[in-house]
Design a protein around this ligand. Sequence first.
Ligand code: UD1
Length: 342
Amino acid sequence: MNKILVTGGTGYIGSHTVVELQQKGYDVIIVDNLSNSQIEVLDNITAITGIKPQFEQFDLTDAPKTADFFFRHNDIKAIIHFAAFKAVGESVDKPLMYYRNNLVSLMNILQGMSYNNIPNIVFSSSCTVYGQPEQLPVSENSPILPAMSPYGNTKQIAEEIIRDTLNSTKLNATLLRYFNPIGAHESALIGELPLGVPNNLMPFITQTAIGIRQQLKVFGGDYPTRDGTAIRDYIHVVDLAKAHVVAVDRMLNKKSKKNLEIFNLGTGNGYSVLEVINSFEKTTGQKLNYIVVERRPGDITEIWADTEFANNELGWKAEQGVDEMTLSAWKWELALEARKRS
Ligand code: UD1
């Protein structure tokens, strides 16, 4: 069994990816410092797959601990590196915390890979690297625009660090640029667990519907879009997780055409904030309390992916639509509520 390291494997996208990897027969080891996730996620992964992943809790910014880890696990065949901070607003307030956490960990991992001849890394990047693109849909060759936040900048710099490292080593990398992942596993055993007040749309919707938040603020009703609200390419987190398995398969089977490959991971469909709300109300039967307010600073008007390259080259395609995404997010919120009560 090929051994795969998943950093951040108890997090939102990480946990869904661990499930898909295990179900494809991979031997998964997770490293996570649990800074934004809970240890119980391991039991929930096990409840879905019947396999308890190996787990080590430490901080990947700790160079000696990371070096020791790779020395002990030099049979790892590929790494999927999710572990990172991801809150845009917080990154503006604490830029050094973001640069240190997101970049030092990456550098320690790359160092461990090259010392121990671990050849493959899949990196979690973001469509944020494209800023507000002039042309839509946005392809992998669209220009990279100056980042609008330190968080976004960590993704751009991380891509450059990987690119430069590949020039002087035998490592291979796949950069996956995610659009907007939402939804949860059909089992409702794993999903997104935001700490405190959610920044992102979907958890704010479900928390409002269940009564944790009073009202959803729709940021901006005056965008030049079909209904005035901003448009994003929402992708079901399970579809996204499956793309990681395909990317790992491709690297291990030496199907990559270059030592650095980049793929956009989206559905190719843009939905406005109001369309997401309408889908949520339709699929769940819940009436959402929301109000349209000022735009949120730093938000772009619209973006969606050109999926042709990922579809043709990876042989992967997002399968689930927005209704499946909003319904699964709601089932997850209901499961969380039931767990709180029990
Ligand atoms: C943001 C980041 C992105 C990051 C992602 C995951 C930017 C420009 N992008 O995406 O880099 O990878 O989060 O952390 O910051 N909305 C509301 N009300 C809310 C929350 C959101 O109307 O309470 C709207 C937003 O204005 C936006 C859409 O919903 O139009 C999606 O927002 P969100 O879920 O925060 O994702 P992004 O901002 O697209």
